[in-house]
Structures are given as structure tokens and as C-alpha cells.
Design a binder for this molecule. Structure first.
Ligand SMILES: [Mg+2]
Length: 269
């Protein structure tokens, strides 16, 4: 399993020598790690509720966090509560809801609270999308408090239906919100949150501050994080197929979450 590096000049893919990429983020005590969850650390599942984190990954992340002096954050579109449920014994920082909620460590106060906006427009938009989910079997509404999502992984022909429902939801919600399209999902959430800003915020805090950032992700919303980390002189990794790599801001690539988990395990021996 070789990490694929992108030549930033002409976007030609080249295979690195085996062993080089792990050395590229060594020693871990110099690095701050920002890792997406679904499709990066975890295999995608038919529904958002069906993803699982195995004991091996939990052990591996704990070892990685320790080796990185605590500078490890999961940066996800999920709520922090979902991350806590998937990793019951974790100690890492979490940026949830694409940065609309940020918690530096379990038990610590939220830097950014992802509370449901007390706005009639948002409530109307949420109710609209909830009703819209009944338009086709397989559409799935997910309430994330400060955001909500409509998934169509089980109804792959209904991408346009979902786009139309969510466009109307955005109109109802009004200014202050935006749509994010991901893999078989459209989400509505606060316009002022994205994964790049979440990384930038955490990078101002110990133990992240002063380190070189590394970010890994698989989806469109991870591109904000890739650009931020590239601008900071860090290293970025797309987890996904070669067909997405040229359009991505990521500098390196691995094929699958399984490859990524194996690579992470290799970092701590
Ligand atoms: Mg993802």
C-alpha cells in the first residue's frame, strides 16, 4: 500500500517509495492531526446510524493521540455526541457539525456550542425537509440540532428530489445558513461554520498550536480543511479514488478507509 502523492505543478500522480509517507509525518510530536470520520476513519454504511468503530481503531486512535501529545482531533459533519457514542473511551478533540460545535477535550466546555437556532425560519426549514423525506422510500432525514441532513444513499435516483427539497429549505431558513452536498447527502447548517475554520480555531490552542497540521478526509466538505492545512504548510490526504484526486486540494491519497486505518497503525508501530 503506497500513499499516492500529487505533483502540485502538473497534477501527475507518482507513487512514493514504500516507507516514505509515514516518515513524512514523523516525529508525531511535531504534528497536529485532523481526521474526518465517515469515509475516512470509518467505512461508509447504508445509513448514518449503521457505521461502526471497531476496537482496533479505538486502540489505534488512542495510541496516535498519545504519540501526538494530545494533538488529535476528529473533524466531522456529525454531532459530537455521535462521536462520543462511537468511541466511548476517547480523549481527543472533536469538531462536530463541520465546526458548528467544537470541544477541545471530553468534559471540556464547548468552544462553539452547536445549539439549535431559536429561529422560526430554521424550524420551518427543518419541518419542510422532514416532510420531504417521505416523498420517496429510502430518503432519510437526520436531525443534528444546529443542522439537519437529507440522505439518499438508499434512494440513489433521488438526488435531484433531495436537492430541490433542500433548496426550498434554505429559502425558508433564510440568511445565516448554507447547504453542503456530500456523498448521497445534502445538509443545511450555519453558513459561518466549515471544517477549515474549525481546524484554524483548534490550531490556536494547546496542544495543537505551533505544530504542523495533517488533515485527512474523503468528501467535498473536507476541501475547506485541505486548503487551510495546505496554507499552513501542513500535509493533506484524500481517502478515495484517483478519479477525485485531481479536483481535490489534497496533496496525497490513499484508496480506502481500510488503507488509511492501516497507515495510521503504522505511524505508531
Ligand atoms: Mg467523510
Amino acid at each position: 500500500m503506497n500513499v499516492i502523492w500529487k505533483d502540485m505543478q502538473d497534477l501527475i500522480e507518482t507513487s512514493s517509495a514504500p516507507g516514505d509517507p509515514p516518515a513524512a509525518i514523523a516525529p508525531l510530536s511535531d504534528w497536529a492531526l485532523f481526521l474526518d470520520l465517515d469515509g475516512t476513519l470509518l467505512n461508509l454504511a447504508p445509513t448514518p446510524e449503521a457505521v461502526r468503530a471497531g476496537p482496533r481503531l479505538r486502540t489505534s486512535l488512542n495510541a496516535l493521540r498519545a504519540a501526538a501529545g494530545g494533538a488529535l482531533a476528529v473533524v466531522t459533519g456529525r454531532r459530537i455526541a455521535v462521536v462520543d457514542a462511537l468511541f466511548p473511551d476517547h480523549r481527543f478533540a472533536v469538531a462536530g457539525l463541520h465546526g458548528a460545535e467544537i470541544r477541545p477535550a471530553p468534559g471540556a466546555p464547548l468552544l462553539v456550542p452547536g445549539t439549535a437556532p431559536d429561529a422560526p425560519g430554521f424550524s420551518a426549514a427543518r419541518a419542510w425537509a422532514q416532510r420531504g423525506a417521505r416523498q420517496a422510500p429510502g430518503l432519510r432525514f437526520e436531525d443534528k440540532t444546529a443542522a439537519f441532513a437529507l440522505h439518499y444513499r438508499l434512494a440513489p435516483d433521488h438526488g435531484e428530489t433531495v436537492a430541490a427539497i433542500m433548496a426550498e429549505a434554505l429559502t425558508l431558513a433564510g440568511p445565516g445558513y448554507k447547504l453542503r452536498s456530500g456523498k448521497a447527502v445534502v445538509e443545511l447548517g450555519p453558513a459561518d461554520a466549515d471544517k477549515g475554520r474549525a481546524v484554524a480555531r483548534l490550531m490556536t490552542l494547546p496542544p495543537f498550536a505551533g505544530r504542523r497540521p495533517f488533515a485527512a478526509g474523503d468528501d467535498v466538505t473536507d476541501e475547506d480543511m485541505f486548503r487551510t492545512v495546505n496554507d499552513m504548510g501542513g500535509l493533506t490526504m484524500l481517502v478515495g479514488p484517483a478519479s477525485r484526486f485531481a479536483a481535490s486540494a489534497a496533496a496525497t491519497r490513499l484508496d480506502s478507509p481500510q488503507d488509511f486505518r492501516n497507515w495510521l497503525e503504522g505511524l505508531t508501530g
